[in-house]
Write a protein that binds this ligand. Structure first.
Ligand SMILES: Nc1ncnc2c1ncn2[C@@H]1O[C@H](COP(=O)(O)OP(=O)(O)OP(=O)(O)O)[C@@H](O)[C@H]1O
Length: 619
């Protein structure tokens, strides 16, 4: 046994690393090196059973031993051994047969592959990162070669290009870089470039090199693209740059980074000017919008007084109705003969309402062919029907958040009435040819010159739509029922038309006014406006001439529609002053005020006195 031990010792003397001798007959470990004990974490290796050191696949071990016995030597990486803690050991096993003291034993040299890989990595890392003189010289040589070989290209490039080694020292600098930075190659080569051109941010804060993307390029092997930074010139001025820094390798070794940069000062300046200009445009637009809102408000206030003319009780009642309903979101049905001012009333309601920030959307059923009504109201998508070449929103969609005024609701075909009611009640609309529902918040104001109840009975208006609309009916009275509104309407319409035509305003004689007031006005205010316009055009003599061919019998006067004495007096005062102005203050004579009014001068003298009209009033 002692002899055997000596033989084992001498057999192991030349062994390297973890080595064991096994007796294949007994499966026992006869001898082991210290490295083997270390590997298996077991000081009592000698004498123990070897097969317990095999983690798995014992059959593979038997095959391996057979191969060794047969060939005399073999190796494998297929077997996983385990240490005393049963942790697996990923190994390469080299085995051969030894004959000691006349008996065959197995000598196994075990290489721990994990430890081997760790050592390889450490030595690689040491080679790359230790940064010893050899590596530094190698990097220098690499950059010199790079620069020499690419001299022409580097110097021809419009972009600034410089290289840094793994210590951040400048290794080369092309011509464009020197021109942009003002630093020469001699100034920078071999020096820490970050501290020379990249030391501060534009706001004055220092820029530590470890935060710099260029350094990160060679520390963490990243390509970094920066779109807006500054490099500092030799004269202390900053230039705005965009750059790309790319790590570069000499074979497997990282030797530094190349930085390619472009001076974007001019572009940045142009962009800044553009941004400033756009800010200014936005500010002006806001200002204009505010002014517009202000003017709109001013116009609305102005309109509230002047749009709907008339002092008759009917008109006063109409205005009170408008004021009442415009404060609500209720649907409104406006009835009245043609030309009585239904559109005017609809606009007044919208303008006085909380929806007045959006323009009212006007839809006149009778103005569109029956086939187009659906597309006009609900919109369509491209291809919804032949001729639908692009998407188009309908009037309902356009009125979202505001008011839709449907003029002559009875002209809408019955199917579209159903669809309209559906959209309004559900608060959603789909364009023709589209499934997508779009939200809808619309106030509906509808008008008609027909008797809607009769239209419902005749089946031309849906009952449910009529009920939906008839929440707040407003009636516009015909002009023949309120002749006292004719003088103020005439004055208003005459002023408008003369202003538009650029003409002097003719005088309205009392005779003409009587004629206008006794006419029936089947076309209501629209007809009156036409008569006045025609009169303003043909009147050359300074007096309004009107042409009403078939004046009706004096309209039946409703006592509640009569002018008060005060009304009459006011009109008379205004008309007399206008005449005196027109006649240049002369009462009698061919172009005198009395002649314009078609009364005697003495009557006019006494009227001036009676009404308290003085020369200051017309001069
Ligand atoms: N009270 C009024 N004060 C001032 N202008 C009026 C008044 N009533 C009507 N008008 C004017 O008469 C013209 C016709 O009015 P509007 O178009 O509103 O009538 P309508 O009832 O809607 O007519 P239609 O039924 O034919 O559409 C317009 O120029 C309108 O400004």
């Amino acid at each position: 046994m002692k002899d055997s031990a000596a033989s084992y010792d001498s057999a192991l003397a030349g062994a390297f690393g973890a080595t064991v001798i096994i007796d294949p007959a007994t499966d026992r470990i006869c001898a082991a090196t210290r490295d083997a004990e270390h590997l298996f974490e077991d000081n009592g290796l000698v004498g123990s059973v070897f097969s317990t050191r095999i983690a798995s696949n014992f059959a593979a071990f038997v095959v391996f031993v057979d191969e060794v016995c047969h060939r005399g030597a073999a190796w494998t990486r297929e077997l996983t051994l385990q240490n005393s803690q049963h942790q697996p050991l990923n190994c390469e096993i080299n085995a051969r047969i030894l004959t000691l003291d006349g008996a065959d034993v197995l000598l196994l040299n075990i290489v721990d592959l994990q430890a081997f890989e760790r050592r390889a990595e450490q030595s690689d890392a040491a080679r790359i990162y230790s940064g010893g003189l050899v590596e530094w010289q190698r990097a220098q040589a690499f950059f010199s070669d790079l620069e020499r070989e690419n001299q022409l290209i580097l110097n021809a490039a419009g972009e600034g290009i410089y290289g840094v080694n793994a210590d951040g020292k400048t290794t080369f600098l092309n011509r464009a870089a020197q021109e942009m930075l003002g630093w020469t190659a001699e100034d920078l080569l071999g020096r820490d470039i970050h501290s020379m051109i990249h030391h501060h941010h534009l706001n004055g804060e220092t820029y530590p090199s470890h935060d710099c993307p260029i350094y990160q390029s060679f520390r963490y092997e990243q390509v970094n693209r920066i779109e807006d930074e500054v490099f500092w010139r030799k004269d202390g001025k900053p230039i705005r740059v965009e750059y790309v820094s790319t790590p570069i390798y000499d074979g497997p070794v990282l030797v530094g980074a190349v930085v390619i940069f472009r001076d974007i000062t001019e572009r940045w300046e142009n962009e800044r000017k553009l941004r400033d200009a756009m800010d200014e445009v936005a500010a002006l637009r806001d200002q204009l919008m505010q002014e517009n809102a202000y003017l709109q408000e001013a116009i609305n206030i102005e309109r509230a007084h002047h749009d709907i003319i008339g002092h008759s009780p009917q008109i006063r009642y109409l205005i009170s109705q408008i004021e009442l309903v415009s404060r609500t979101d209720a649907n409104v049905l406006i009835t009245g003969e043609s030309g009585t001012g239904k559109s005017l009333v609809a606009t007044a309601i919208h303008n006085d309402s909380s929806r007045s920030r959006r323009p009212p959307i006007h839809f006149r059923g009778g103005a569109v062919s029956a086939e187009m009504i659906e597309s006009e109201l609900f919109g369509h998508v491209r291809g919804a029907f032949s001729g639908a070449l692009k998407d188009k929103p309908g009037k309902l969609e356009l009125a979202h958040g505001g008011t839709l005024y449907v003029d002559e609701i009875a002209d809408i075909p019955i199917e579209q009435q159903a669809k309209l009611l559906d959209a309004l009640q559900n608060g959603a609309v789909a364009r023709m040819g589209d499934d997508r529902m779009r939200a809808l918040d619309v106030r509906l104001i509808a008008s008609t010159s027909r008797n809607l109840e009769r239209e419902v009975q005749a089946g031309r208006i849906r009952q449910d739509l009529f009920l939906y609309l008839n929440v707040f009916p407003i009636h516009c009275p015909p002009l023949r029922e309120r002749p006292q509104d004719i003088p103020p309407l005439v004055a208003h319409l005459l002023r408008l038309v003369c202003k538009r035509l650029g003409r002097r305003q003719p005088i309205v004689t009392e005779g003409i006014m009587r004629k206008l007031q006794s006419y029936d006005w089947p076309g209501n205010v629209r007809e009156l406006a036409n008569v006045i316009e025609r009169g303003a055009i043909v009147s050359q003599s300074g007096k309004l001439i009107i042409d009403i061919n078939n004046p009706a019998a004096p309209a039946v006067r409703n006592t509640s529609a009569l002018l008060t004495e005060a009304d009459i007096e006011q009109i008379r005062i205004a008309n007399t002053i206008a005449c005196m102005k027109e006649a240049g203050g002369r009462v009698s004579g061919k172009d005198g005020a009395a002649s314009l009014l078609d009364i005697r001068p003495t009557t006019l003298y006494s009227r001036l006195q009676k009404l308290g009209i003085r020369s200051e009033d017309w001069s």
